[in-house]
Design a binder for this molecule. Structure first.
Ligand SMILES: *Cc1c(COP(=O)(O)O)cnc(C)c1O
Length: 454
């Protein structure tokens, strides 16, 4: 009886999820006000007693599905989000049923091995040095945090200081260089690591947000230089190879925030954009953005895998350590879900050519957006080198009103930004399912809203 009910419940959950997933291409992107008003039903007291799981599921789906933002859908162009590939979603469901706490290889050998293999595939796909260490974390923020912990450990140990054992009080100061365009997740990570959000040397960037290598001062070790592959506004990539040639030496570490842009390496058409990136010491990227796996999943890579291990290692008598790779030695978490499962499923289903096509398709859609909007008389503020487009509709107020109008109209969803002093609409194309028709429908809506805006 109980088993029968569980099966019915889980099939009902799958059915509801499939209906939602299938509705994404048709539905409006932002939830309409009447559904948003329903969110208030959540403000009820904690129930005194149980309800059936079927009732709970029905409440969640009936209130939550229509009130959700269709982020997973093909016309959500806000931030850099991405949807969920069918293989990744299916893998997520099965892995959730497995419930494998993948910290220790010998306890969860299948998922630990699968993550190890997947990391190896990724190193190759993204053109990173073979032998890189890595780990699956919650996102690029934690990936940068983990990489910068390895950086801190290494540059300080080269200065004769053991930061893992002795902390930072009394340590030699570490010089940290970032650009004017550093992503806030990197400064946050530096703050968490005791390297400070503000005690940074900020170097100048060009009109696309790329570091001007000449503006990096002569560095004394210990030092960490943070560069980026894929500016969150323009998609531009720092000249990483040139920067590495200029700065690298004993006690100086180069870290790449490649949340978006590292995926260019997976495409023969776009790999040129990130040439030289493999010369760095560590890299952070996201799988939940451009690889289109469900939230959350980021990946850290460190060229010297021992450095990552030194920074992240955990020891306790009750933990049965393995000869194999124990994931808990490479990530901040001890207990963690095996995020590599969905990444494996995405890579296994797409293959090399499929990842390349997905990246190229998104970049082609971005160019189509730029051409369409330019043709309609609006200004594109960036060189569209990747999946990002910045559009100005004139003065800041007008641009803001048009962005809000597009969000309200519902065909698609875009956000706003300020790029080098100019208010802009920002279009990010990173969903596997976006078609040319989605781009055309969205363009039509954007242009109509803009022409109707007083
Ligand atoms: C999204 C993003 C981050 C942060 O990644 P999370 O996955 O949100 O932690 C860092 N850098 C860049 C360039 C990004 O686009």
């Amino acid at each position: 009886m109980v088993l029968f009910d569980q099966r019915k419940l889980l099939l009902d959950a799958a059915d509801r999820a499939i209906r939602y997933y299938e509705s994404l291409p048709q539905r409006r992107v932002a939830p309409s006000p009447e559904y948003l008003a329903e969110i208030s039903v959540l403000y009820e007291p904690m129930p005194d007693g149980p309800s059936t799981a079927a009732e709970v599921l029905a409440m969640l789906d009936e209130t939550g599905s229509p009130a959700s933002m269709a982020m997973a859908g093909p016309r959500f162009f806000g931030f850099v989000i991405g949807g969920t590939l069918p293989a990744a979603l299916a893998a997520n469901w099965v892995a959730a049923a497995w419930d494998q706490a993948t910290g220790l290889h010998d306890v969860t050998p299948f998922t630990a091995t699968l993550e190890q293999v997947t990391l190896r595939w990724l190193v190759e796909l993204l053109g990173l040095p073979s032998g890189c260490g890595g780990g699956f974390v919650t996102g690029a923020t934690m990936a940068s945090f983990s990489a910068l912990a390895a950086a801190r450990s290494t540059v300080l140990s080269q200065a004769g200081w053991d930061s893992e054992s002795d902390g930072l009080f009394g340590a030699p100061p570490v010089n940290v260089v970032v650009s004017d365009e550093v992503h806030p997740s990197v400064t946050k990570s530096l703050g968490l690591l005791g390297l400070g959000r503000n005690r940074l040397t900020r170097v100048a960037t060009d009109g696309q947000g790329r570091i001007r290598p000449g503006s990096i001062p002569r560095l004394c070790a210990p030092a960490i230089v943070c560069v980026q592959a894929g500016n969150v506004n323009t998609g531009a990539v720092d000249p990483v190879g040139e920067i590495c040639d200029r700065v690298k030496g004993p006690g100086i570490w180069v870290h790449v925030d490649g949340a978006i842009g590292l995926w260019a390496a997976a495409s023969p058409r776009f790999e040129q954009l990130v040439s030289g990136v493999d010369g760095a010491d560590s890299w952070a990227t996201d799988a939940h953005k451009w690889l289109n796996v469900p939230y959350d999943c980021g990946i850290v890579f460190v060229q010297d895998h021992q450095a990552l291990r030194r920074a992240m290692t955990i020891d306790a008598a009750y933990l049965p350590l393995s000869e194999e790779r124990d994931p808990s030695h490479y990530t901040p978490e001890l207990s963690r879900r095996p995020r590599g499962v969905e990444v494996w499923a995405a890579l296994r289903s797409l293959g090399r050519s499929g990842v390349a096509e997905m990246v190229e398709r998104c970049c082609d859609h971005a160019r189509r957006f730029a051409r369409g909007l330019e043709h309609a008389g609006f200004e594109i503020l960036n060189d569209v080198v990747l999946n990002q487009v910045l559009v100005s509709f004139g003065d800041p107020d007008r641009t803001t009103r048009i962005i809000e109008g597009v969000q309200r109209e519902g065909t698609c969803w875009v956000g706003g930004t300020v790029w080098q002093g100019q208010t802009a609409m920002r279009i990010s194309v990173s969903n596997w399912g976006t078609t040319e028709d989605d781009v055309e429908r969205s363009l039509e809506a954007m242009i109509r809203v803009a022409y109707e805006c007083p």
